[in-house]
Design a protein around this ligand. Sequence first.
Ligand code: AP5
Length: 218
Amino acid sequence: MVVILLGPPGVGKGTQAAVLAQRPGWTHLSTGDLLREARRNGTELGTQAQAYMDAGQLVPDALILDLVQEKLGELPEGQHVLFDGFPRTLPQAEALGPVLGRLSRQVDRVLVLEAPAEVLVKRLSGRRTCGGCGRIYNIHFDPPAKEGVCDRCGASLTHRKDDREDTVAQRLEVYSRQTEPLIRYYEGSPAMLVRIQGDQPMEQVQADVKRGVEEAAA
Ligand code: AP5
């Protein structure tokens, strides 16, 4: 199966994808995480992406599509894929179909997580990410037992640079202008698209996401 998690910054795509991808046979493919890894490793892609990410702008489609094709090519056959943060523009969505087609695959479900802007802003201001294992926390809603330290691996927690207030506003604007149109694009095949209320407790969102995936598999 190929499932896309679509939604604005801070709606909970990464949080939900991390839980879902604990199931055997699933791979969580987050273009944001891959770009941040490329930056940490100082690769050419990371250097090229840096200025766009820090400004809250999208990285050029060509770079993203090369990255996604490379990662899909590395997956074992039959692996289920959960896209988080991809596709994000119409050209990316239009390119994904043929890329999957060459692997005899298709998009099976698009889960759209939705929440009001004020919820997103509060979540992003409180988000902390573990520099070791990548676990996501929130100082308002899901704090670690010890401030600044990951419960799971003991590494330090960081606040993403693009979660600063001015950059968040820019990211939300970019989402509504460049990514939201994808909802209409995928609504063209209604069986594929499911809307999920993202401003519910995490467990409820998780149950809705799970149902959305299981219905597509049935
Ligand atoms: P990316 O990393 O993809 O960021 P994003 O889409 O802006 O999404 P976020 O990671 O901010 O939010 P999320 O929905 O995953 O929320 P989370 O689960 O963490 O992209 C970053 C940048 O990379 C882009 O700006 C762009 O430059 C570039 N990029 C990436 N992909 C690209 C592409 N395809 N094309 C071009 N450029 C690309 O949750 C947020 C917080 O809320 C957490 O603290 C969490 O604990 C909390 N939370 C989650 N759910 C709940 C809940 N139900 N209740 C209470 N709190 C909750």
